[in-house]
Design a binder for this molecule. Structure first.
Ligand SMILES: Nc1ncnc2c1ncn2[C@@H]1O[C@H](COP(=O)(O)OP(=O)(O)O)[C@@H](O)[C@H]1O
Ligand SMILES: [Mg+2]
Length: 399
């Protein structure tokens, strides 16, 4: 093929792919319109830690009819749950709502590993939805999908691409015009879309965000971007007041998208699934990572508050234990003690583009015990991260 034929071959691959993706998205939307997580009466009273009678009283006070559904079974959804909790007096609330002080900064957590398939996206979704739903402090959580493959976005903003919402790439590459009187802050704030969880919002990726790497190369080549790693940070800066915790999912590569995520972050979590292959790949990555940091430091990053390895998709077996022993030998202080365990419920939820925290127990077709175990494990995983975040806030408050 000459260059012209090559160009038209690539164009035809592109049209085929665009058509395929459009069709796939439409089908996904038709099949997976997500329902809000539902709670039975027993689940609701356990969640709020109040007895059933008190629950009934506040559900009525919130003007909710829990038996309005076709099957007239008692059930309320998660946004109704939040409304009920809002009506509880302080003495009945499990925890007071978190109020970040002036000194306490929004924690920005980047989830990164150059290896694909180690559980970055599933971890980002599970940790974010766990932090948002399982703690009565009602942390305001933001997710940012820096991976142009947009998997995370399919979980929480499946319509975004089709409905013309701005993606993180659009914001970074300034692919939009301000309406009259509109500010960049307003545009960014609106680009963080509501999700099926009331205190979780997502800044989605779109398929066109794949153009981002090329855009960066061009800008840098033409000396149009003096600080190419700071672009995402500038976007986040405009909405810091709206979030307590921001979690960034990254692509399995070390391009500008990942450097921007690293630069914007105040702490790092490295997901690592325990197979010989993934450990080898992650070790090659870690032996290169001082060079990544040197570039970030040169760009004036102030250093991370914490940096941890989260073992993911963990299955108990003698081989894993052996690998774990050697991981502890080499990376002991950096390893989180609770692994994110392999679970059929997590796998199933992820295939429905959901996590165990935004799916109802009744939606899980198989063993409820498996689902509950996965929720418990997700809660432990999120808790250890929250402990690190709370430590940082405590130190900031005392300084
Ligand atoms: N804890 C888990 N239990 C079961 N399956 C998991 C778990 N974590 C990840 N997976 C599976 O592994 C696959 C890869 O995970 P993913 O988060 O997409 O990796 P990455 O983002 O690093 O490429 C997913 O399709 C998911 O189904
Ligand atoms: Mg991913």
């Amino acid at each position: 093929m000459d260059t012209q034929q090559t160009t038209s071959a690539f164009q035809s691959l592109k049209s085929g792919a665009d058509a395929y993706i459009k069709r796939r998205n439409l089908r996904l939307l038709a099949n997976h319109r997500k329902e809000l997580r539902n709670f039975t009466r027993a689940e609701a009273s356990a969640y709020l830690d109040i007895d059933a009678k008190t629950l009934d009283k506040y559900v009525a006070a919130a003007d909710i009819d829990p038996r309005r559904h076709d099957d007239s079974q008692w059930s309320i959804d998660i946004s109704e749950m939040y409304r009920v909790r809002d009506l509880l007096p302080e003495s009945l609330r499990k925890e007071a709502r978190f109020q970040r002080s002036e000194k306490q900064q929004t924690q920005v957590l980047v989830i990164q590993n150059q290896k694909g398939g180690v559980g970055k996206t599933v971890s980002a979704a599970t940790i974010a939805s766990g932090l948002a739903t399982e703690f009565h402090q009602e942390y305001r959580v933001g997710l940012i999908d820096m991976d142009g493959q947009a998997t995370l976005s399919m979980y929480y903003a499946p319509e975004a691409d089709m409905e013309g919402n701005l993606s993180v790439g659009d914001l970074m590459m300034r692919n939009f015009d301000l309406d009259e009187g509109e500010t960049f802050e307003q545009v960014v704030s609106e680009a963080f879309l509501e999700t099926t969880i009331p205190n979780l919002r997502i800044l989605p990726a779109s398929q066109s965000d794949r153009a981002m790497e090329g855009w960066f190369h061009e800008q840098v080549f033409n000396h149009k971007l003096p600080s190419p790693y700071e672009i995402l940070n500038d976007v986040i800066d405009t909405v810091r007041d709206e979030f307590d915790i921001v979690i960034i999912d990254t692509p399995p590569s070390l391009g500008y998208a990942t450097f921007n995520a690293y630069y914007a972050a105040s702490s790092v979590v490295f997901p690592l699934s325990i197979t010989e292959n993934d450990i080898d790949a992650t070790c090659s990555y870690f032996s290169y990572i001082p060079q990544v940091w040197a570039l970030l430091e040169h760009a004036n990053h102030e250093g991370y508050d914490f940096m941890k390895i989260l073992l993911t998709n963990h299955r108990d077996s003698s081989t894993t234990t052996e690998l774990m022993n050697s991981l502890y030998d080499h990376f002991g202080p950096y390893l989180y003690s609770k692994e994110f365990k392999h679970s059929e419920a997590v796998r199933q939820a992820s295939s429905l583009l959901a996590t165990v925290f935004d799916m109802s127990k009744s939606e899980y077709p198989k063993s409820k015990a498996t689902f509950q175990t996965a929720q418990q494990n997700g809660y432990e995983v999120a808790s250890q991260i929250l402990r690190d975040i709370s430590n940082v806030w405590r130190e900031q408050e005392n300084n």
